[in-house]
Design a protein around this ligand. Structure first.
Ligand SMILES: Cc1ncc(COP(=O)(O)O)c(C=O)c1O
Length: 437
């Protein structure tokens, strides 16, 4: 009883201090009193300061691969910290960064040839965009346009925002975002018109790059499209000398059923952006890889053609050590089987609830499952139903963070069958309850 009182007191104390001192992402200030203090996390669970155990069904914003507080990764970070915690990465290098670059190049598509480090997904995208634009600049070729896909989300820095969907999140900044040509989201029914519009754009000769989230648009609501449609776009872009930038920040490291979603296509991207799962969700690290052809534009004696970009924490050794440990785990047979097991169970569950009257659509690819709730209002992040769903699942000790009326599941690969069954039951129960309303 006493212990309970202490933890509840502690929770309130943390919340009060948090409200005074901290500004949280994507959170209206008026709602900062709803923040949940987490004391620790282990495996699939978050342990709150007031003693709750919440299943992390979204891998804490899509970063966690192997469960929280993984001992193997923690040990790797600890050992690295005793040896070399950080060093400036301009003019210096270190084994964890070199080895990680080598290992990534072994598993990335064949044409990827060099690794540029930064420290999160948005910076990986910024680097990719700048790398592509300067590729043309260095050669004196006046290509300035960028194509992106409607609904895209590539991060919150200015370049990343510019190539993302224009909406309420970006509205205050619209005057400052560079112009981008957005093509419609690929579907089976718009293939013809999309390819036509895309071809016209790339044939203008003015397009420097095409940036896309391969096969799954995450923030747009886990919207999925087929590899053959992407293949068509990539082929068309390449044959018109347009650089292709695959933003695999969310899809990378096994989320879609292959290590990288780009593997579903024959045509390989020129540039790839990675982060999130890279360190198993433990440390902030971003990677932008590129092909030999990109490097060629920077191989010159003209120092003004250097890629002048860098961050203080570029290639942080602790983050690289974490990435090594995460890769060790990711590439085991056990982890591969886990991903296949989750994907198969998602497929079975998706089939089961397809046709449910509360469901507009169910889709799954790899370990990602998305259930679109039937609603009168349009599908959007600000859909009223979103806050209710979020609160409902939290009250059941399940962290799902619906995107508008889309509930999605994006679990760590260690989630068990029993835990999956429980989550599916919770979702189904919710769907049934909605019927009664
Ligand atoms: C596809 C994609 N690109 C880039 C980002 C930005 O990554 P970060 O939040 O690490 O800046 C995200 C984040 O959700 C993403 O989903």
């Amino acid at each position: 009883m006493n212990g309970q009182t202490t933890t509840i007191d502690q929770t309130e104390h943390w919340k009060a201090r948090d409200q005074q001192a901290v500004w949280h992402p994507f959170t209206p200030l008026a709602e900062s009193n709803q923040i949940i203090p987490v004391a620790s996390a282990k495996g699939c669970y978050l342990h709150t300061a007031d003693g709750r155990k919440i299943l992390d069904g979204i891998s804490s914003w899509w970063v966690n691969l192997h469960g929280h507080s993984n001992e193997y990764i923690a040990k790797a970070i600890y050992e690295q910290a005793l040896n070399l915690e950080h060093v400036i990465f301009a003019g210096f290098t270190h084994e964890p960064a070199i080895r990680l670059a080598e290992r990534l190049l072994e598993i990335l598509p064949d044409n990827q040839s060099r690794i540029f480090y930064s420290d999160n997904g948005s910076t990986a995208v910024e680097v990719g965009l700048k790398m592509a634009l300067q590729y043309w600049h260095n050669q004196g070729i006046p290509k300035k346009k960028v194509i992106a896909i409607e609904g895209a989300y590539h991060g919150d820095t200015f370049g990343a925002m510019a190539v993302g969907d224009r909406g309420p999140f970006t509205a205050p900044f619209h005057p400052y975002l560079f112009e981008v040509d957005f093509v419609p989201f690929p579907t089976a029914s718009n293939t013809h018109s999309l390819i036509h519009a895309f071809t016209q754009l790339v044939q203008s000769g003015e397009v420097a790059a095409f940036i896309y989230e391969p096969l799954v648009q995450g923030a747009a609501g886990m919207r999925m499209y087929e590899p053959d449609l992407l293949e068509e776009l990539l082929k068309t872009a390449k044959s018109n000398q347009v650089l292709c930038i695959a933003d695999e920040v969310m899809t990378g490291f096994g989320r879609t059923g292959k290590l990288f979603a780009s593997e579903y296509c024959r045509t390989q991207p020129d540039i790839m952006c990675l982060s999130k799962g890279l360190t198993g969700g433990t440390m902030a690290l971003g990677v932008t890889s590129c092909s030999e052809a990109i490097l060629d534009a920077y191989r010159t004696d003209d120092r003004m053609k250097t890629f002048f970009h860098g961050h203080s924490f570029t290639a942080n050794p602790l983050a690289c050590a974490a990435a090594h440990a995460s890769l060790d785990l990711l590439l085991t047979e056990e982890c591969t089987q886990n991903r296949e097991r989750i994907a198969e169970r998602h497929r079975v569950f998706a089939q089961k609830i397809t046709g449910h009257s509360s469901v507009a659509e169910v889709r799954s690819r790899g370990i990602i499952l998305a259930v679109e709730i039937r609603t009168q209002t349009a599908t959007s992040y600000f859909n009223e139903i979103r806050n209710n769903l979020y609160a409902y699942f939290l009250s059941r000790n399940l962290l799902l963070r619906p995107l508008g009326n889309i509930i999605y599941l994006f679990p760590p690969y260690i989630i068990t069958d029993a835990e999956l069954d429980w989550v599916y039951r919770e979702i189904e129960e919710l769907l049934d309850k909605m019927l009664g309303e």
